[in-house]
Design a protein around this ligand. Structure first.
Ligand code: FAD
Ligand code: NAD
Length: 405
């Protein structure tokens, strides 16, 4: 084979892990690696709840892609991918067309609204760094308007969070700390503010350890957060959300801010390709290639993988996306050298869910449970480890989290 061209779409955890692992293992003349991303920075999606609540600034959660790529081995192109032609082996972007020998699709997640009326127009979503900035500014605007308007509309100070999965709970944890700061900043009495989490399932963090869930709920409730459980959001309007309480019983919650955190799907560009997918996630083969396409790999949240032992899919996480990037890099090098690919085997290290700056819950390794500052310390170490895996020690020193207690 001539010197192959490897095109990597998306500089999220999966795409960047693929590229940095390729650049570690190839020589400058082995292949042409091209990374395409819509921004010239990578953002830590796993920190977006902090940028959304305003406990971190947008610039804190991102870094320049040029800082982590070796420009002798990888060419970076800032462009928006518009179409992927897997039969013609061509990708169309707003900066021109690109052909490839191997394609890696790592275009990440989008918020899932399940077709619920009004959510697209009236709810905000923790989807990327710009959306996170919008959420923070929207909440600040509502506080500012309340304190300056003569006839006060208290519903401006109601924040509804749809979904009590990990994203919803982590965002609530940040709000629990941020709301007192906002009250002080905008002269708003704390008792005027309502933060309500609406969850469809009969429990918070469905499927997670019940003891840890009880801890999380009581910690969040102690900061004034309310929960409405087993009550799906069925509609959003400019004034708030409608929730279903019982069969024919509905309630309307008037709210100035609605943040939708009730699940994710893959990037919708996947659905305009002939590759079979469900909610824009592709059931990949064991070496991370798309079914029917030997030259197309899928990484991260656009990939769907079954955990056969547990009988359910692996969750779309940064932890798995980065591990997939390592395997994809190895498999591309194997194919380029006429060797067989190998199977991706996830190495799950557990889950730690933050409840704000100084608190968290964690279910790690073989069922070991941690809470409070110990869990919070672990969460920051996990965040720092993700930086280390992509950019080594210099990136940890520049962007890492070192405020422990
Ligand atoms: P992403 O990280 O979503 O990156 C996709 C990239 O593609 C982005 O750079 C984007 O700009 C780019 N892109 C998208 N469309 C285009 C286009 N058309 N053209 C060009 N570029 C494009 N997981 C964990 O393991 N641990 C956690 O603690 C954790 N916390 C989370 C907290 C929050 C608030 C959220 C929302 C998610 C969290 N997750 C966590 C899940 C994790 O963030 C995702 O699984 C992970 O980001 C998926 O990585 P990815 O590489 O697939 O894509
Ligand atoms: P999720 O699918 O895990 O949770 C979504 C929640 O929304 C569920 O509890 C669901 O019952 C609820 N929901 C669905 N429809 C609803 C409706 N109509 N009304 C009210 N509630 C509704 O999604 P997520 O929390 O965005 O997480 C996405 C992925 O990111 C997951 O894989 C998760 O593991 C990962 N993540 C991990 C961490 C961490 O490890 N700390 C943090 C955030 C996200």
């Amino acid at each position: 084979m001539k010197r192959p061209t490897v095109l990597v779409l998306g500089a999220g955890y999966g795409g960047l892990a693929t590229v940095v692992n390729l650049q570690k293992k190839i020589g400058t003349d082995d292949m042409d690696v091209v990374l395409i991303n819509k921004n010239d920075y990578h953002y830590e999606s796993t920190w977006l709840h902090e940028a959304s609540a305003g406990t971190l600034k947008p610039e804190d959660v991102r870094y320049d892609i040029s800082k982590v790529i070796n420009e002798n081995k990888v060419k970076f192109v800032k462009a928006v991918v518009e179409a992927i032609d897997v039969d013609g082996k061509k990708v169309t972007t707003d900066a021109g067309d690109f052909s490839y020998d191997f394609l890696v699709i790592g275009l990440g997640f989008e918020g899932e609204t399940f077709g619920i009326q009004g959510l697209d127009q009236y709810a905000l979503s923790i989807a990327d760094v710009n959306e996170a900035r919008k959420i923070r500014e929207h909440i600040e605007y509502q506080f500012a308007m309340w304190s300056t308007e003569e006839e006060k509309d208290d519903s401006r100070l109601t924040i509804v969070v749809g979904g009590a999965g990990f994203t919803g709970i982590e965002f609530l944890g940040e709000l629990g700390n941020r709301v007192p700061e906002l009250c002080k900043e905008f002269d708003v009495p704390k008792e005027k503010v309502r933060v309500i989490c609406v969850e469809a399932a009969p429990m918070v963090l469905p499927g997670f350890d019940p003891e840890l869930v009880t801890y999380a709920v009581s910690q969040l409730e102690s900061k004034g957060i309310e929960f409405s459980i087993g009550t799906p959001v069925v509609e959003a309007t400019p004034e708030g959300v409608k929730i279903k309480k019982k069969d024919d019983e509905f309630e309307f919650i008037k709210a100035g801010t609605v943040v939708w955190a009730a699940g994710v799907r893959g990037n919708s560009l996947i659905e305009s390709t002939p590759i079979e997918s469900k909610r824009a996630r592709v059931a990949v083969r064991e070496d991370m290639r798309a079914p029917g396409y030997d030259d197309v790999f899928i990484v991260g949240d656009c990939a769907f993988l079954m955990n056969e032992d547990a009988g359910r899919p692996y969750p779309p996480t940064a932890q798995i996306a980065m591990q997939q990037g390592v395997t994809v890099a190895e498999n591309i090098i194997a194919l380029a050298n006429g060797k067989p690919t190998h199977k991706f085997v996830p190495d799950l290290k557990g889950t730690v869910c933050s409840l704000g700056e100084d608190d968290a819950i964690g279910d790690i390794f073989d069922g070991k449970k941690v809470t409070g500052t110990t869990a919070s310390f672990m969460k920051k170490m996990i965040d720092n480890r993700a930086l280390y895996m992509i950019g080594g020690l210099p990136l940890v020193v520049k962007k890492g989290k070192f405020k422990f207690f």
